[in-house]
Ligand binder design. Structure first.
Ligand code: IPM
Ligand code: MG
Length: 353
């Protein structure tokens, strides 16, 4: 079990340190875990001048799984586009062909008050968003800013091939089969040809999964339905850009983006695992960050890349135990619970493990 650890920027190093302790505990319990660290994002720009050094890409390519903290920060915002920390993230996704991004939004009963929505709307929420991650307007050519007829224009290309749609649809149907067997595909077929193809291909792929109930929804309606009645969804599948937006929206239904892990998988279930939240530069280095999303990302890694369901559930149970014991980092703190820092909540997870 070779794991490449990329702490990244901001709170990245603090939260991955706690996840590394969990991995060390699992190793001493017998899992053959090996870890190696490398640079990505702004810290790689500072050290080597590029957000995704070749050495990092090589290490990540050789590993079975990658654990990523977070990238980005205000000190790198002024850099040219190809040197920005985000480029490191997009580059590794594309190079490793991590086309399937799994973003669960789960409301833990202990955190029911953290959501800004009424408890009855979100109680028991458990949605899985499957976002296509290596295509769409994020990578489409041509793109750029140029002069046309004496005016500056900016342009990007939304593009999907049938094969790209089919492979992400297949992943989403497969996940739905292991859950409540309901899949909602999100597009904008009333306006965009690219997503008409999306709808046609997903509909065709459904023939291979007769037990899954497939529905389609336009993205604007989906954004609205997610806050109106989120529990109507089980699994959602959508393209890269719509998925970026809807997954942020879904995460906030749970009130605590600090709790949400994610997985980005290739065709052979090799994957990169990262918390859904960002690098939180405002609290970096203060020992305040919530490491639970990163620790839960380790659980996803055990499940999806290594097929270690029992170990995955052990990690998830440890996190739930810590929450039910009343420990909270600042982002999920409420009256009547005990506010602790990054390493303290890590200690508690280890003890529960
Ligand atoms: C995400 C992020 C990234 C994305 C950024 C940082 C490039 O928002 O993982 O959702 O847009 O994919
Ligand atoms: Mg995003």
């Amino acid at each position: 079990m070779k794991i490449c650890v990329l702490p990244g920027d901001g709170i990245g190093p603090e939260i991955t340190a706690e996840a590394l302790r969990v991995l060390a505990a699992l190793r001493s319990d017998g899992l053959p875990i090996e870890t190696e660290q490398a640079l990505i994002g702004g810290s790689a720009v500072d050290a080597e001048g590029v957000p995704l050094p070749q050495s990092t890409l090589r290490l990540a390519g050789e590993a079975d799984a990658v654990l990523l903290g977070a990238v980005g920060g205000p000190q790198w915002d002024g850099l040219p586009r190809d040197q920005r920390p985000e480029r490191g993230l997009l580059g590794i996704r594309k190079s490793l062909e991590l086309f399937a991004n799994l973003r669960p939004a789960i409301l833990y009963p202990e955190l029911a008050n953290a959501s800004t929505l009424k408890p009855e709307v979100v109680a028991g929420l458990d949605i899985m968003i499957v976002r296509e991650l290596t295509g769409d307007i994020y990578f489409g050519q041509p793109r750029g800013i140029e002069q046309r007829d004496g005016e500056t224009v900016g342009f990007n290309t939304m593009i999907y091939s049938e094969a790209e749609i089919r492979r992400i649809a297949r992943v989403a149907f497969g996940i739905a089969m292991k859950r409540d067997r309901r899949l909602c595909s999100v597009d904008k077929m009333n306006v965009l040809e690219c997503t008409q193809l999306w709808r046609d291909v997903v509909t065709d792929e459904a023939k291979a999964f007769p037990e899954v109930r497939l529905t389609h929804m336009l993205v604007d309606n989906a954004a609205m339905q997610l806050v109106r009645n989120p529990k109507q969804f089980d699994v959602m599948v959508t393209g890269n850009m719509f998925g970026d937006i809807l997954s942020d929206e879904a995460s906030m239904l749970t009130g605590s983006i600090g709790m949400l892990p994610s997985a980005s998988l290739d065709a052979s279930n090799k994957g990169m695992y990262e918390p859904s939240h960002g690098s939180a530069p405002d609290i970096a280095g203060k020992g305040l960050a919530n490491p639970l999303a990163t620790i839960l990302s380790v659980a996803m890694m055990l499940r999806y890349t290594f097929g270690q369901e029992e170990a995955a559930q052990r990690v998830e149970a440890a996190v739930k135990r810590v929450l039910s014991d009343g420990l909270r980092t600042a982002d999920i703190f409420e009256e009547g619970t005990r506010k602790v820092g990054t390493t303290q909540i890590g200690d508690a997870v280890l003890a529960a493990l």
